[in-house]
Write a protein that binds this ligand. Sequence first.
Ligand code: PDD
Length: 281
Amino acid sequence: RTVYVNGDYLPENEAKVSIFDRGFLMADGVYEVTSVLGAKLIDFDGHFARLQRSLDELEMPHPAALDSLLEVHRELVRLNEIEDGMIYLQITRGAPDDRDFAFPDPGTTAPTVVLFTQNKPGMADSPAAKTGIKVISIADQRWGRRDIKTVQLLYPSMGKMMAKAAGADDAWMVEDGVVTEGTSNNAYIVKGGTIITRHLGNEILHGITRAAVLRFAREAQMKVEERAFSIAEAQGADEAFITSASTFVMPVVEIDGTKIGSGVPGTVAARLRDIYLDESR
Ligand code: PDD
């Protein structure tokens, strides 16, 4: 693979970042994952806008490379001949001379900007979209600013491992008796034709796929309610699903061992997946 590091396109084994990088030492970094379908970037503008917001919320200076990010994304798709896949982008505050909790003074460290591609041929035809996935519920033990897309992904990683150990595919996180979101996706249920997903706030990531899917749903005259729901309400729903840049719209057929509806992917999720894939490519 050819990857991008601070202005250079390099073979992945030649790419280097300092051991003092604050992303490495402090998880002081933000990221985005943008999918590629048919060699075309999906929802790039949304991911770019959220990236700028994440930087601002953490008072991270905007790297000069920001201006050329679209070009860098396109160049990596071209160089790596990505038809379907993903582009991972990470920006950190850079590498000061030593380890220090305080942010380095602006201008004293250059931000680290890294991008790489992940090739996923046929990712839009994932078999899981036809069978649906199983989730378990776990306590949401992340920090309080989940609206910022930071690289502190230890708890979501643990959540995926808990799901795996329970024979499930993913976990929905619960706080104060209601679902926040999935470990790396937003969570939805469907009841009587109404699509229900948690309202925005600091408690969840403001998914770019979420924004697009809700817009398409409203355009198609489907009813949308942005509010919290419990695991019990989800288990009694007609359908459940998740959205993210890597899964698009993915049906959920089981929550904590309870089948949702008849235990097969629902029609609303299938329709939203089709609309999303049609409209975004
Ligand atoms: N995850 N919630 C969380 C906690 C996420 O990590 C993600 C994305 C989402 C969905 O956001 P979007 O629709 O913008 O992808 C919601 C990415 C895909 C990841 O970490 O790989």
